[in-house]
Design a protein around this ligand. Structure first.
Ligand SMILES: NC(=O)c1ccc[n+]([C@@H]2O[C@H](COP(=O)([O-])OP(=O)(O)OC[C@H]3O[C@@H](n4cnc5c(N)ncnc54)[C@H](O)[C@@H]3O)[C@@H](O)[C@H]2O)c1
Length: 391
């Protein structure tokens, strides 16, 4: 079995999720062709470096991510730090010839995603991006149903990612709300997830028009290390929110289908509603991450009176599900789909295979985002220009 030495850069929410994946992969997937080894974790917080070694079993930890990237016993680098660190980390990892799995959206602006893509392309290294929802077993099944023509011709797509992570006005002013650390707001952070699903299910988007809005304009400044689920207390100093809380767009796909998208971090009610509905001439499918283990299917049959939506429960008859739990309707969760994407990436690295979504697909997603951003100012429909064409 091929040994793959791993560096994780940033042991926050996603750094911990990916590190736990590496620990679980051997017991979940005995037929794999590699052995993951947690070699080094880089984090600027001393408490996280301690946890990396004590609780996650990394061989060592460092405050200097450049040291982790350059280490000769590291084959693959996981970039799980705040958005503005993605590009320098990826450029260094590419220059050192390491395979790179980066969390989305890669950088905080479309131009930064293109920079990262260009560096990895020039180095010829394997790349992957954390559009983890694509790895949900029922989303993979929806893709297979669409590819097999079960929905007929796709006519319309509705994507939304409505989250409550910024809905509390006492929620902390973490890096996600600042231009210099997070880049754009929800159009980078969560619309990117919606577009990744739309591209996979309905093909490329060719033109868009949209709007954006910042709902909560001031937030408490964190006192020390903070999660974006953390709260300040009344009287804390506050600072301005520098990017959008809400973004929406109308779009047209290359196929001729129409689409609508809504994303927000401040709406109250939908707690983590990353969802799609896709309509075709023969049927429709709907999925919502809040009900990860259910896929809704409408089969169009004009000869039947018993029409309506059917719920398909997740189970081990769908891709990867049985690695986590056998049987039908026994649920899997968020970190199980993260472990699945990590398995697929490491398998591609060990066997010399391809992995998608890689940095090229991330550029396709930010090309849509760039057209949307342009339309915020022009207040007109904008064509999607492939930002990766000359990278
Ligand atoms: N795919 C998903 O579902 C998903 C979910 C959440 C976040 N993300 C992405 O993951 C990335 C990280 O987000 P998060 O929520 O885990 O952030 P986080 O704030 O929880 O963690 C970031 C970590 O990076 C560390 N860090 C900061 N500066 C550093 C430096 N110079 N060197 C090394 N470490 C440093 C911090 O101390 C912290 O431990 C972002 O790009 C975000 O968009 C993806």
């Amino acid at each position: 079995m091929k040994r793959i030495g791993i560096a994780v850069l940033g042991l926050g929410w996603m750094g911990q999720a990916h590190s736990r994946s590496m620990l679980r992969i051997p017991s979940l997937f005995p037929d794999r062709s590699f052995q993951p080894e947690l070699v080094v974790c880089a984090d600027t917080e001393a408490e996280r470096r301690e946890r990396a070694v004590r609780d996650f079993g990394f061989a060592r930890a460092t405050a200097d991510w450049t040291e982790a990237v350059a280490a000769p016993d590291v084959d693959a680098v996981w970039v799980t730090a705040p958005n503005m660190l993605h590009v320098p980390m990826i450029q260094a990892a590419a220059a050192a010839g390491k395979a790179i799995f980066s969390e989305k959206p890669i950088g905080g602006t479309p131009a930064q995603t293109v920079q990262a893509y260009a560096a990895a392309k020039a180095a010829g290294v394997l790349t992957g991006v954390g559009y983890n929802y694509l790895w949900s077993p029922l989303v993979l099944h929806a893709r297979a149903m669409i590819a097999a023509g079960e929905l007929g011709e796709i006519t319309h797509y509705r994507g939304r990612f409505l989250s409550m992570y910024g809905s509390d006005e006492m929620g902390l002013l973490t890096w996600r709300f600042k231009l210099a650390e997070g880049g754009y707001g929800v159009s980078s952070d969560i619309l990117s997830h919606s577009v990744s699903l739309a591209h996979a299910l309905a093909g490329p988007i060719t033109e868009v028009v949209g709007m954006q809005h910042t709902v909560i304009t001031e937030r408490p400044v964190p006192q020390g290390a903070a999660s974006h689920y953390g709260r300040g207390t009344p009287g804390d100093p506050t600072g301005p929110v520098e990017n959008e809380d809400f973004a929406s767009m109308l779009c047209r796909f290359a196929s001729g289908a129409t689409g609508t998208f809504e994303t927000s971090r401040t709406t109250i009610g939908p707690e983590s509603q990353n969802a799609f509905e896709i309509y075709g001439t023969k049927g429709a499918l709907a999925w919502n991450f809040e009900r990860l283990n259910e896929l809704q299917y409408y089969r169009h049959d004009p000869s039947s009176k018993e029409t309506g939506w059917t719920t398909i429960f997740g189970g081990d008859r769908f891709p990867f599900h049985g690695a986590f739990v056998p049987g039908q309707a026994n649920a899997i969760g968020f970190e199980d789909i993260v472990a699945t994407e990590d398995l697929a990436f490491l398998e591609a690295l060990a066997t010399g295979g391809d992995f998608s979504p890689g940095f090229r697909e991330a550029v396709d997603i930010v090309s849509v985002q760039q057209a949307l951003i342009t339309s915020w100012d022009s207040r007109r429909w904008e064509s999607v220009v492939d930002l990766g064409a000359h990278a």
